[in-house]
Design a protein around this ligand. Structure first.
Ligand code: TUI
Length: 314
C-alpha cells in the first residue's frame, strides 16, 4: 500500500501508533515498526536520559523507522529535545502545544516533524512553518483532547493544507481507517487499540479495564483547567467532577491529576489512577499480538472498500 505517508516515513502500512506516556515503551514501539507501521515512543513522564535509554532499547529490537512523541507540556521538554537531536531520531510527533520553534532545526537535521493538531488554525500555521505532514486528532481520542470530533476535524484540515494528513481519535479497526481515508486522510494513528496488545508493557489491569469498557465508559476531566483529559470513568474522575462542579480553584483541580497516569499505567490502580484511553475503548474486545492487530486492520480496510463499491447494487 502506498500513500504520501508511507513514502515519507518509509513504512509498509500508513498506520502510526500513538506515542502514549507510560504506555508506549520499546517492546510495543519496536513491534509496530517490525509489523510495517510506525511505532512511537511516548516520552511524556521521562527525563532526557530515560528517553535516550528507551530510544536505544528500540534500536536494539528493530532497524525499521520509529518515532518519539514529545509532549510539549513536559517539564523535561528541553532535555528531551536535546536527546532526540543527539540520537538522530528519524521521526518526531508533538502533542499538547505548538512546536513551531522546533520546525526549522529538525528540518536541518533531517528529522521528520509531524505535529498533532486539534484545530484548522494550528494546522495552517504549522504548514507555513514547513512541517511535512500533520496529525489531525479528534476529541474521541484518549488523554489530552481538543474540542472537535474526528469526523468534522479531518476533512476541514484536509481542505486547509496541502501536506498529507493523518487522522487520529476514534479509530479502532479497518472500518475506522476506511472512514478516515474517505475524509481525505492518507494515514491513521491509533492509541487505545495498541494498548490491548501482548507487547504493550502497561499494567495488565489497565488493559483489562479497556477490554471491559463500553461506549459510554470514558469522560473528559479537567475542562475547567484548560487541559482536558479523556479517561475511563472511575473513583478519580468522580472526585474531579465533584471538585470542578464545586468551583474549586484551578490549581486544586490540577493537583488532583499529578502522577495519576503513572498510578494506573505502572501500578495498575485503575480506580484511583487515570486510565487514559479513547471512546473507541468500547470497540476493543480482544488482546492480541501487534502483528495481528495490523493485519486485521488492513484486511478489514480493504474489505470495507470492496463493500462500499457495492453500495447501491441490488
Ligand atoms: O498530547 C496528546 N495527548 C496526550 S498527552 C498526555 S500526557 C498527560 N499526562 C498527564 C496529564 C495530562 C496529560 C496524554 N495524552 N494528544 C495530542 C493533542 N494535542 N491533542 C490535542 C492537542 C493540541 C491541543 C492544543 C495540540 C495543540 C494545541 O495548540 C495549542 C496552541 O498552542 O495553539
Amino acid at each position: 500500500m502506498r500513500t504520501r505517508v508511507t513514502e515519507l516515513l518509509g513504512i509498509q502500512y500508513p498506520i502510526l501508533q500513538g506515542g502514549m506516556a507510560w504506555v508506549a515503551t520499546a517492546p510495543l514501539v519496536a513491534a509496530v515498526s517490525e509489523a510495517g507501521g510506525l511505532g512511537i515512543i511516548g516520552s511524556g513522564g521521562m527525563t532526557g536520559e530515560e528517553l535516550r535509554e528507551e530510544i536505544r532499547r528500540v534500536r536494539s529490537l528493530t532497524d525499521r523507522p520509529f518515532g518519539v512523541n514529545l509532549m510539549l507540556l513536559s517539564p523535561h521538554i528541553e532535555d528531551q529535545v536535546r536527546v532526540v537531536r543527539e540520537e538522530r531520531v528519524p521521526v518526531v510527533t508533538t502533542g499538547a502545544g505548538n512546536p513551531g520553534p522546533l520546525v526549522e532545526e529538525f528540518a536541518r537535521l533531517g528529522i521528520i516533524l509531524i505535529p498533532v493538531v486539534a484545530s484548522v488554525a494550528l494546522a495552517r500555521r504549522l504548514e507555513r512553518y514547513g512541517v511535512q505532514a500533520i496529525i489531525a486528532e479528534g476529541n474521541e481520542s484518549g488523554g489530552h483532547v481538543g474540542e472537535i470530533s474526528t469526523l468534522c476535524l479531518v476533512p476541514q484540515v484536509v481542505d486547509a493544507v496541502r501536506v498529507p494528513v493523518i487522522a487520529a481519535g476514534g479509530i479502532g479497526d479497518g472500518r475506522g481507517m476506511a472512514a478516515c481515508f474517505a475524509l481525505g486522510a492518507e494515514g491513521v494513528q491509533l492509541g487505545t487499540r495498541f494498548i490491548c496488545t501482548e507487547e504493550c508493557e502497561v499494567h495488565p489491569a489497565y488493559k483489562e479495564a479497556i477490554l471491559k469498557a463500553h461506549d459510554r465508559s470514558t469522560v473528559v476531566t479537567g475542562l475547567s483547567t484548560g487541559h482536558p483529559v479523556r479517561c475511563l470513568r472511575n473513583r478519580l474522575t468522580r472526585k474531579f467532577e465533584e471538585l470542578e462542579f464545586s468551583g474549586a480553584p484551578r490549581e486544586v483541580v490540577e493537583a488532583l491529576g499529578v502522577g495519576k497516569l503513572r498510578e494506573a499505567a505502572v501500578c495498575g490502580n485503575v480506580e484511583e489512577g487515570s486510565v487514559m484511553c479513547g471512546q473507541v475503548a468500547g470497540l476493543i474486545r480482544d488482546l492480541k499480538p501487534v502483528r495481528k492487530v495490523i493485519e486485521d486492520i488492513m484486511q478489514e480496510f480493504w474489505a470495507t472498500l470492496e463493500r462500499l463499491k457495492r453500495v447501491g447494487d441490488s
